[in-house]
Design a protein around this ligand. Structure first.
Ligand code: SAH
Ligand code: SF4
Ligand code: F3S
Length: 453
């Protein structure tokens, strides 16, 4: 651990993997600056909340956390209090007015600038950093939570305009990292012993659109598929995952590349949001339910073993019962391995928030429960296919509920538990699946020869 010359820090991260990746980079910067990771939030010298505002409840959580730290700051003015991430970007100066104890409010595009922002704080200023910013290549070393699985940003921001979503407003325009920089980061990870990487983008298929370069056939030179191929060559990395795919840009070329690249895991995360065409249009998603069905059919044809997961929203403005039933029908038809579900939450500065046809909260809750019950059922059915099969599991840790068991994931991303019996974290173990639940599996390690691929 780094020598602590500045005291300790504590980071709490809300929201998606982008925020988790940003937090790891900010932790790396703090450690280079001489902070050491603290063991208690209420004793740390610097507290940073990396926030999420995708739904109102995510945003409200931050205020309750902040209340406690503001109180502490009044007793101990030496405490440095930072709000980073999407609430910081959305609320900006009004956050400083609401919580005047804050030292620094910084949007997600400023994560890599944490050191220079803190230097300004140290000179006695209250700092607000939310202007549109060209994201600088990260020159520091992230402090990653795992030594095995790493997140790697490939594209920041989002150029879509889904009518319910705050992300474009808080994360800004798409900015692709250069393929060389991404590859260098992954080579570094492999050298440190990382075995799995997850490439991140809000709309990963948009990767490269903003980079210069058109090939002689007039094709974009930097596509996500090209990037996958380049990364695949990095020795030492065993598994490659990626998220999120947008149905509008999803291509057969991508599925074919995944099928032909052995390190790319058999899992696609393609949110559909709603099974009703009118609602999809109102959401400005740019595809129909049938287009989504065709994507699923293509995946199942070219990669029959692939897991498919998605996100869906219930109670979007104007959603009728019949429209909601179309979402249920799609879920039943596709049989998702996992579905992240949410009740629509009106967000500031998004078009749908101002529409008069909002759905009642009670109806949203009811629909959410009905959808979740169905998801559990289809997920259990999907888990059923593993029974008696042998799956390759990359061990990530110990089962928290049973220290005699290890915990890891199949290539298709199913959480799997099995008795350790001499295996340990970082091993890739063939596991014969003996029991299934909706979202996890239990099995027993078997000799490698049992693994047929
Ligand atoms: N870029 C990804 C999603 C990022 S946000 C995509 O386009 O699929 C993650 C999920 O949060 C979304 O897929 C959506 O299901 C949900 N979400 C976004 N805004 C929401 C809102 N206002 N209310 C409820 N759920 C929302
Ligand atoms: Fe939000 Fe749509 Fe962009 Fe996804 S694609 S982040 S849902 S605006
Ligand atoms: Fe939340 Fe921002 Fe991610 S709003 S979901 S942390 S992009």
């Amino acid at each position: 651990m780094a020598q602590s010359t500045r005291g300790t820090y504590w980071i709490t991260t809300f929201g998606c993997q982008m925020n988790k990746a940003d937090s790891e980079r900010m932790a790396g910067i703090l450690e280079l600056m001489g902070y050491a990771q603290g063991s208690a939030e209420d004793q740390a010298d610097l507290v940073l909340y990396n926030t999420c505002t995708i739904r109102d409840n995510a945003e409200q959580k931050v205020y309750s956390y902040l209340g406690r730290q503001a109180q502490r700051k009044r007793e101990n003015p030496q405490l440095t209090l930072v709000v980073a991430g999407c609430v910081a970007q959305q609320e900006g100066a009004s956050l400083l007015r609401r919580v005047p104890e804050l030292d620094l409010v910084m949007g997600p595009q400023h994560a890599n600038r944490l050191e220079s922002l803190l230097t300004q704080v140290e000179s006695g200023q209250q700092v607000l950093a939310i202007d549109e910013h060209q994201i600088l290549e990260d020159i520091t070393t992230p402090r990653r939570e795992s030594g095995l699985c790493a997140w790697v940003n490939v594209i920041y921001g989002c150029n879509e305009r889904c009518t319910y979503c705050v992300v474009p407003a808080v994360r800004g325009k798409e900015q692709s990292r250069l393929p060389g920089a991404i590859r260098l980061e992954i080579e570094g990870l492999a050298a440190q012993g990382f075995k799995e990487i997850t490439l991140l983008g809000q709309n990963i298929d948009a990767y490269g659109r903003d980079l210069p370069g058109i090939s002689s056939e007039g094709r974009r030179q930097h596509t996500f598929t090209d990037l996958l191929q380049q990364i695949h060559e990095v020795e030492g990395i065993e598994r490659i995952r990626f998220a999120t795919s947008h149905p509008r840009y999803f291509t057969e070329r991508l599925i074919r590349a995944c099928a032909s690249l052995p390190k790319v895991c058999e899992h696609f995360h393609v949110p559909f949001q709603s099974g009703d065409d009118e609602l999809l249009k109102a959401m400005a998603r740019g595809y129909t339910a049938d287009r989504y069905r065709r994507i699923v059919a293509q995946i199942r044809q070219l990669m029959p073993e692939a897991a498919i997961s998605a996100d869906a929203i219930v109670g979007f403005p104007g959603e009728t019962d019949a429209q909601f039933r179309r979402t249920l029908a799609l879920v039943e038809e596709v049989g998702f391995d996992l579905l992240n579900t949410a009740a629509y939450s009106p967000r500031p500065h998004t078009p749908a928030a101002d529409w008069p046809n909002q759905v009642e909260e009670a109806v949203k809750v009811e629909r959410l429960q009905e959808l979740n019950a169905l998801v559990e059922q289809t997920a259990r059915q999907r888990s059923g296919r593993y029974l008696g099969r042998t799956e390759e599991v990359l061990v990530e840790g110990v089962n928290r509920k049973d220290p005699g068991q290890l915990m890891g994931r199949t290539r298709s991303n199913r959480l799997t538990f099995f008795p350790a019996e001499g295996h340990g974290v970082g091993d890739t173990v063939p596991v014969r699946i003996e029991a299934i639940r909706a979202f996890s599996l239990t099995g027993r390690a078997v000799p490698r020869a049992a693994l047929v691929r």
